[in-house]
Write a protein that binds this ligand. Structure first.
Ligand SMILES: [Zn+2]
Ligand SMILES: [Zn+2]
Length: 139
């Protein structure tokens, strides 16, 4: 069980089940949404319980994915895409991040210069990650 919250605590969530390791997304949308590349974990939607939904708002991007945020404090919280069984969660909103490690950078073709110097040796993909990298682990 993992838990997390927005900055003000109006929206909280629980994940019952494994979290995927962190993928850093450098796409233009994430940059505008988070201010820079976004360090995201992910889980199956049916394993995630969200509380404080009265404070949760969804912004639907023109190409389909929806981004959930706290209307009270503005924290970026969730990313869901049509037909995907998963929900992506910014790793920084978890209460305990000690078990998570970054494994890849994606959408590197849209990366800004100040985000480009990664001496971390991780896999880098010009666009999305292949399924074996993107999917949350089985139980
Ligand atoms: Zn909040
Ligand atoms: Zn992105």
């Amino acid at each position: 069980m993992s838990t997390g919250r927005c900055l003000c605590g109006a929206v909280t969530y629980e994940v019952a089940g494994p979290l995927r390791q962190v993928i850093v997304c450098h796409c233009v949308d994430c940059r505008h949404w988070h201010g820079r590349g976004a360090a995201m974990t992910c889980a199956h939607r049916d394993r995630v319980t969200i509380r404080g939904e009265e404070s949760l708002r969804w912004y639907c991007t023109p190409d389909g994915p929806e981004r959930g945020f706290c209307a009270r404090c503005g924290s970026s919280l969730f990313w869901v895409a049509p037909r995907r069984p998963t929900i992506s969660i910014p790793a920084g909103t978890l209460d305990d991040q000690r078990r998570l490690r970054a494994v890849a950078h994606i959408f590197c073709e849209q990366e800004e210069p100040y985000d480009r110097d990664h001496p971390d040796g991780l896999a880098r993909f010009p666009r999305g990650a292949p399924p074996e990298v993107a999917a949350p682990p089985a139980d």
